[in-house]
Ligand binder design. Structure first.
Ligand SMILES: CC(C)[C@H](C(=O)O)[C@@H](O)C(=O)O
Ligand code: SF4
Length: 466
């Protein structure tokens, strides 16, 4: 029978299936961060258990770490300090690879997995973090899991799961100038809503997806979860293999050849069944921004702030609440919305290509006076590469703060936060109330669009600047 990519990876990992369809899945990689793992390790200790496969488990602190240069002095906030110290101790006690803040390989868990070659096609990958979907860009089945599941995977290297439905999101044609992977993924959520992917694993495909770099594909899959899906996937191709080849934890020699032969079988067969299909034309996608407090509140930058009445049912009240929280009036042009902060980073857009994109838009230009603009590379290695390429220097001269790696202002779990009422052009993935700081206001967009906003001090169509 014709199988989807999801079916193939799933079938290759089922250890046991119960009559009701509940399965025990083998897990190839377990990525661990400081927020969702302390109780899990504690559980192991209390039960006298060890980590079943420490060589398949990798730990890194990212959410709570400060990102100022000179952070070696330590973490001020007690809770954050305890979490990071606890992760370091747990990694040592249980014999797990650990990248501490003084290690250039430290960074956001979803950035360093691919960077170090831990992430490979055909694998099952889990992490106690919803944006684990990012790794799906390699044709890996990557699930976010809860803390009790983290403990289960640590102890057994398996996960109890029921299979999701198959959903196909096809992006046909070629992206217009100024339109990027972020605009694709936000536009898909705009079209399907945040519940559109519920109960499904999405496979993204089509000419526009194939044309994306690995970085762009990671941006797309990263936000599958924001569209309600269990995971996002893209079939691996030559670009994927080239990206993985030679990375520290990628297979080498004969193991590489064997892996490659298997990876080449990882695609959806002709005629395989999808339970849901969405198609968007790349030509119809514009540079977009969010206006509200849900990632589905997204519109082309050329649009106006909508009125609550333009929605239906329960959405009317939600839209009104969003508008009030965001301090926006219906009918106002989105390009007239003034911002005071720019955040470039996160597991959605903190990779080298994102920084190159920002540098390109900033060429010969400067961050507007009075705007706080920060760049937080997704890993120490991304930071080092940008410095080597001369991008860092250009961005600093253009007026950006150049920070150390971490989740930073993507969420208010570390010192990088918006003050009350501040408005941010952000390359992250969530614009929920209070996400970037108490009463802070977030507009999600691509790195190129965030750079444009940094230049003008308002939400700006990057196509006017390229
Ligand atoms: C802290 C963590 C559990 C959380 C997640 O699961 O996504 C965070 O990474 C986020 O982006 O909100
Ligand atoms: S960068 Fe943001 S979305 Fe990604 S793992 Fe960190 S907090 Fe979550």
């Amino acid at each position: 029978m014709a199988k989807t990519l999801y079916d193939k990876i799933w079938d290759a990992h089922v250890v046991h299936e119960q009559e009701d369809g509940t399965c025990l899945l083998y897990i190839d990689r377990h990525l661990v961060h400081e927020v969702t793992s302390p109780q899990a390790f504690e559980g192991l200790r209390m039960a006298g258990r060890t980590v079943r496969a420490p060589e398949k488990t990798v730990a890194v602190p990212d959410h709570n770490v400060p990102t100022d240069v000179g952070r070696e002095k330590g973490i001020e906030d007690e809770m954050s300090r305890i979490q990071v110290d606890t992760l370091a101790k747990n990694a040592k006690d249980f014999g797990i690879t650990y990248y501490g803040v003084d290690d250039v390989r430290q960074g956001i868990v979803h950035i360093i997995g691919p960077e170090q070659g831990w992430t490979q096609p055909g694998m099952t990958i889990v992490c106690g973090d919803s944006h684990t979907a990012t790794h799906g860009a390699f044709g890996a089945l990557a699930h976010g899991i809860g803390t009790s599941e983290v403990e289960h995977v640590l102890a057994t290297q398996t996960l109890i799961q029921k299979k999701s439905k198959n959903m196909k999101v096809e992006i046909t044609g070629k992206l217009p100038l100024g339109v990027t992977a972020k605009d694709i993924t936000l536009s898909v959520i705009g079209a399907t809503g945040t519940a559109g992917g519920n109960g499904h694993v999405i496979e993204y495909c089509g000419e526009a997806i194939e044309a994306l770099s690995m970085e762009g594909r990671m941006t797309v899959c990263n936000m599958a979860i924001e569209g309600g899906a269990r995971a996002g996937l893209i079939a691996p191709d030559e670009k994927t293999f080239q990206y993985v080849m030679g990375r520290p934890h990628a297979p080498k020699g004969a193991a590489w050849e064997a892996a490659l032969a298997y990876w080449k079988t990882l695609y959806t067969d002709e005629g395989a069944h999808f339970d849901k299909v969405i198609t968007l034309r790349a030509e119809d996608i514009a540079p977009v921004v969010t206006w509200g407090t849900s990632p589905e509140d997204v519109l082309p930058i050329t649009a106006e702030v909508p009125s609550a009445d333009s929605f239906e049912g329960g959405k009317v009240g939600a839209a009104q609440r969003s508008l009030d929280y965001m301090g926006l009036k219906p009918g106002m042009k989105l390009s007239d919305v003034e911002i005071d902060t720019v955040f470039i980073g996160s597991c959605t857009n903190g990779r080298i290509e994102d920084l190159r994109e920002v540098a390109k838009v900033m060429e010969g230009r400067h961050v507007k006076d009075g705007i706080r603009a920060m760049i937080v590379p997704g890993s120490g290695l991304v930071r080092a590469q940008a410095e080597e390429e001369g991008i860092a220097q250009k961005l600093i001269e253009a007026g950006f703060e150049w920070r150390m790696a971490g989740c930073s202002m993507c969420l208010g779990m570390n010192p990088d936060q918006l003050a009350e009422g501040e408005r941010c052009a952000s390359t992250s993935n969530r614009n929920f109330e209070g996400r970037q700081g108490y009463k802070g206001r977030t507009h999600l967009m691509s790195p190129a669009m965030a750079a444009a906003a940094a230049i003008t001090g308002r939400l700006t169509d990057v196509r006017e600047l390229i």
